[in-house]
Design a protein around this ligand. Structure first.
Ligand code: GLU
Length: 597
């Protein structure tokens, strides 16, 4: 429908299109639910690509250009991540920012080592397990929960950027804030997606947040699509962080203001559970070991728990490798069938076994062992779809008696990849969870609703759910930044937003890059496949290499129930090929790839 609308409007100027989109009945613009985390854009016909010795791909042109400038000024990939994330906080606040959290994988070329930085939001030390259950034990509805003060976890982004800078920054910390401060103060022309996201936020509820309305819906109307949009309060917060660093955010004025803002929204009996100054002061970035496993001749590294996405990508690849043929093209129905089945089996495990390891052990090694994956692959039928596969029983799970988490996901997220002139590589996913997070705002920053990524039920039939709410816990995430290696050299970095579907998008992209030898441009352009426990989802728009009908009929003959849907992936990919880095941004969003030759 939206495609038809845009086609008939081809000749109209961009701002007229935006105005029109904003006046369309909202269901035509987008929907938001736990499986479709952000708004869906019509695919652009041209993919943004760039190649060279250093490449940046982010979800927004202003952020990509600013990060590239940082590299030109002698900054490292880490400096460029800070520039990009702080600019995104201003120009793409619907997806990530300083009031949110992030995961970073960083390859240090000089030390030839890979590092993981976990800046995931954290629940209060005082939180009770039942914040998402009603008095009769049922789960509270998701949408109202996203705007509850209880959904706001201690933000981790600033601490992650600080820690990364301490180890890998080359420019002064402050220098990496110049561009974001300028954009917040002097303004920028809002992008169509930014405006559409405000419409979406309005649809899912902003009345609880007068500050959100005063910034993003001034006098009740949408910001003009052709006038600079400013957020002066955010400019002054950025200035303070640029000057005072991590302490300013977690122990200084910003922390005090954040807690005061949360208190202001408390009910008079103070019954809502929120984070406290002590929680902020105590926040630390976790430094887990990256999670790696071989896929054919590559070593694929992603993020360990509390990400369930990294485990899912590695499991799906491991199972797919055992059953597939590397010479298959997209014409082979086996490619689609086994991609779907591998993802469905991996999903069953992540909704059962993954939680924050500070609470109960995660049988991580067992989940990725060769024998275990061979057993899982054995349960997959080459000629028949399996619905509702059960989780497996990996080594290390003998003493754990969990229930599976009912399917959940949501999202306002961004992914960026950067390689600098020295060959340091960053793969970074940042999030505020739902579109514009909780829509609560403090210091001009969007505050996340990441604690709705916990399971809403803490137990089923007396068995605990691994990802239940808990003191100081980080909710399970689907975010799965990846860096892949060949003969110990980094050759590929990628990631995506997209809620629960993130590992699905990433597995699609990895197999297409590594087995099908497609370029980043082709990979981000191809149709994606995703799964639910009882059906397979094919993408509505985009290019198929084989006819739509063949794949549909082929999968149907194997018993797949098929639905067509649009996807809000935002793949960002860089790939080392023919002596240089090639980058591409997903045409489903507004990303841009830029490079230094
Ligand atoms: N909050 C989600 C997670 O951490 C990410 C949401 C999204 O990608 O849009 O899994």
């Amino acid at each position: 429908m939206l495609i038809k609308v845009t086609q008939t409007l081809k000749g109209l100027k961009l701002f007229k299109l935006v105005v029109l989109l904003l006046t369309l009945p909202l269901p035509l613009i987008a929907q938001v639910n736990r499986n479709t985390p952000e708004s869906i854009d019509v695919k652009r016909s041209r993919v943004s690509t760039a190649s060279g010795r250093a490449v940046v791909v982010t979800a927004n042109p202003l952020a990509s250009d600013a990060a590239l400038r940082t590299l030109e000024e002698g900054g490292s990939a880490m400096d460029a991540v800070i520039t990009a994330q702080t600019v995104l906080a201003v120009v793409e606040p619907q997806s990530s920012g300083l009031g949110g959290g992030a995961f970073l994988l960083y390859w240090d070329q000089a030390g030839k080592s890979l590092y993981a930085f976990d800046g995931r939001e954290t629940a209060s030390a005082q939180v009770e397990e039942n914040i998402w259950t009603t008095s009769n034990g049922t789960a509270v509805p998701w949408l109202p929960a996203t705007r509850s003060l209880s959904a706001i976890g201690v933000p981790g982004t600033t601490a992650l950027l600080w820690e990364g800078h301490r180890q890998f920054g080359r420019l002064p910390w402050k220098a990496n804030f110049k561009k974001s401060i300028h954009l917040a103060q002097e303004g920028f022309i809002p992008s169509p997606r930014f405006l559409k996201s405000i419409a979406l936020a309005k649809k899912i509820g902003v009345d609880h947040s007068p500050i959100f309305k005063s910034i993003y819906l001034p006098n009740g109307s949408f910001p003009s699509p052709n006038k600079p949009f400013r957020n002066k309060k955010l400019a002054s917060t950025l200035k303070r962080i640029a000057k005072g660093g991590v302490n300013e955010f977690y122990r200084g004025e910003i922390a005090n203001e954040l807690i005061a803002d949360l208190q202001f929204h408390q009910d008079s009996k103070k019954t809502i559970q929120t984070i406290t100054s002590a929680d902020l002061a105590r926040y630390v970035v976790q430094r887990p070991r990256p999670l790696c496993r071989k896929y054919r001749s590559w070593q694929i590294c992603s993020f360990p728990p509390p990400s369930g996405g990294g485990v899912a990508v590695l499991q799906a690849l491991g199972i797919y490798e055992l059953l597939s043929n590397r010479t298959w093209s997209e014409e082979a129905i086996g490619f689609w069938h086994l991609l779907a089945e591998s993802l469905r089996f991996a999903d069953a495990d992540r909704s059962h076994w993954i939680g924050d390891p500070i609470d109960l052990p995660v049988p991580l090694e067992g989940l990725l062992e060769d024998d275990y994956l061979a057993k899982r692959a054995n349960d997959i039928k080459i000629d028949k779809a399996t619905f509702y596969p059960l989780p497996g029983e990996p080594k290390g799970s003998e003493l754990l008696d969990f229930a599976s988490q009912p399917r959940t996901a949501g999202g306002g997220t961004t992914h960026l990849v950067i390689v600098d002139l020295e060959g340091n590589v960053a793969s970074y996913t940042g999030s505020v969870e739902t579109v514009f997070g909780s829509r609560h705002v403090s210091g001009g920053m969007i505050l996340n609703n990441q604690l709705t990524d916990f399971s809403f039920l803490s137990q089923v039939s007396g068995k605990p759910i691994a990802n239940r709410v808990g003191s100081n816990k980080r909710p399970m995430s689907s975010m799965s930044p990846v860096i892949a290696f060949h003969e110990e050299h980094p050759v590929l970095a990628l990631g995506s937003p997209g809620g629960w579907l993130i590992p699905h998008y990433i597995t699609n992209a990895l197999i297409r890059t590594l087995d099908l030898k497609l370029s980043p441009e082709e990979v981000v352009s191809r149709k994606l496949l995703s799964v639910q426990p009882n059906y397979t989802v094919l993408e509505k728009v985009g290019k198929w290499s084989s006819s739509n009908a063949n794949i549909y009929e082929g999968l149907k003959s194997l018993g797949h129930k098929i639905k067509y849907n649009s996807f809000s992936s935002g793949l960002a990919i860089i790939y080392w090929n023919k002596g240089m880095w090639q980058g591409a941004a997903d045409p489903r969003r507004e990303g841009k790839a830029v490079s230094l030759q």
